[in-house]
Design a protein around this ligand. Structure first.
Ligand code: ADP
Ligand code: MG
Length: 289
């Protein structure tokens, strides 16, 4: 194949806001059959805000937000940033720890505070009372990300955070389908939340509740089934999966780690450009033949 047409293709890509690492990337782009998309920051804006706070029986909303807000102020996670901003806690955290894909822990006012998935609270011996379990399930069915909090072995409450589906996400999925590609949503978030967001944008295949390390395994599994996989993501925790996929696409609005691990970068964070990049490479290579 003549490199000239490939270079023209990459030049056209740059005009569209698609940055390609090298002309050879177009070849793998053309063979893609399955497009795995991260949820937070790729399908959604990732700009989250607190929409509901439910304290455990006997706990005040103030105490829940004071303790959870203090721990989350030490985390960079989008969920943490929303909670820290919503709580505006004056509490100081020491001994802060991040449990990747699960949540955070720290000591505030002498209490050991845990904020994150119920699985993380369980690891600290904290059971959620029935009213909190049902509050979580209800909010999750509406597509909210819900985290639980506890201190010194007892539940403090749950906090619901709303993310927003990008206005172009549904069209992005429709464009992928028009090209004959299979979209799959991949997320560390809860299954109910993932299903609600997927339904909103027209995705039926969902892989949820995966730890960051398991995202690679999910991509490998699809490849073992014969799929040629493009992975689209933005987070530090997406980087290994972006590198493991046949083709990695990073959101330009995402982290440096994601961009470095990818073959292709979508400049404006518009997911419609994923399908456009694949269509462009098909056209470019058809010209060469
Ligand atoms: P995603 O795949 O959507 O980017 P992550 O793997 O980063 O999600 O996180 C998965 C889940 O772990 C979140 O939905 C949240 O429930 C929990 N979690 C991660 N970090 C935090 C944190 N700092 N505070 C509370 N919960 C967290
Ligand atoms: Mg993300």
């Amino acid at each position: 194949a003549t490199p000239t047409a490939l270079l023209v293709g990459t030049g056209r890509g740059a005009q569209l806001g698609i940055l390609v690492k090298g002309p050879e990337v177009l070849e793998s782009t053309r063979r893609v059959t399955t497009v795995v998309l991260d949820k937070t920051g790729t399908i959604t804006t990732g700009q989250m805000s607190v929409v509901d706070v439910v304290p455990a029986p006997g706990v005040t909303t103030e105490r829940l937000l004071h303790l959870a807000g203090a721990v989350e102020s030490a985390s960079e996670h989008p969920v943490a940033r929303a909670i820290a901003a919503g709580a505006a806690s004056s509490g100081q955290v020491v001994d802060f720890r991040n449990a990747e894909g699960l949540g955070v822990t720290g000591v505030v006012d002498g209490a050991v505070v845990v904020v994150g998935r119920p699985r993380l609270l369980a690891q600290h011996g904290i059971e959620l009372p029935a009213e909190l379990v049902s509050a979580m399930a209800g909010a999750e069915a509406n597509g909210r990300t819900v985290v639980a909090a506890g201190a010194d072995g007892a539940a403090l409450g749950v906090i619901s955070v709303a993310d927003t589906v990008k206005p172009t996400s549904a069209e992005a999925i429709a464009r992928l389908r028009a090209l004959g590609l299979r979209p799959v949503l991949l997320t560390g978030d809860n299954e109910r939340v993932a299903r609600a967001i997927a339904a909103e944008v027209g995705i039926t295949d969902v892989i949820a509740e995966v730890l960051p390390a398991e995202k690679v395994a999910a991509v490998e599994r699809l490849r073992a089934e014969g799929a040629v996989v493009a992975m689209v993501g933005d987070g530090v925790n997406d980087a290994p999966a972006l590198a493991a996929a046949d083709l990695g696409l990073a959101m330009g609005t995402g982290t440096d780690a994601a961009i470095e691990a990818s073959d292709l970068t979508i400049v404006r964070g518009d997911p419609r450009l994923v399908a456009d990049a694949i269509a462009l490479s098909r056209r470019t290579l058809a010209t060469i033949k």
